[in-house]
Design a protein. Structure first.
Length: 108
């Protein structure tokens, strides 16, 4: 009822409008910057290389990333080249990219 008896009670002053506009622009700029950063930032788990293996596999809660480097990567790749499962099919190309192919002496 108060707003009906005083029609100007709910209006903003020009200074308040300017403050809200500045805050709105800043929020939009921050959200836009975060969106660009998320879209363009380098992903360290994107590819396998230099002795590190990254394999993305399906899991019950979406996708899961397996990341191994060094001796763990060599052990993982040796096991996956000897296996025939779905994980092995996903891991072999990544092991090859990381330079962890099985040695020719190990092949029958």
């Amino acid at each position: 009822m108060y707003a009906k008896t005083r029609p100007t009670a709910g209006s903003l002053t020009p200074k308040q409008k300017r403050v809200f506009a500045i805050i709105g622009v800043l929020v939009i700029l921050v959200l836009g910057g975060l969106g660009l950063w998320g879209a363009l930032a380098h992903d360290s788990f994107a590819t396998s290389a230099n002795g590190c293996v990254n394999v993305t596999v399906p899991s019950s809660t979406g996708g899961s990333t397996l990341h191994y480097c060094g001796s763990q990567a060599r052990t993982f790749c040796q096991a996956e080249f000897a296996s025939t499962g779905q994980l092995a099919q996903r891991a072999r190309p990544q092991c090859t990219l990381a330079g962890l192919k099985p040695s020719s002496a190990a092949s029958p």
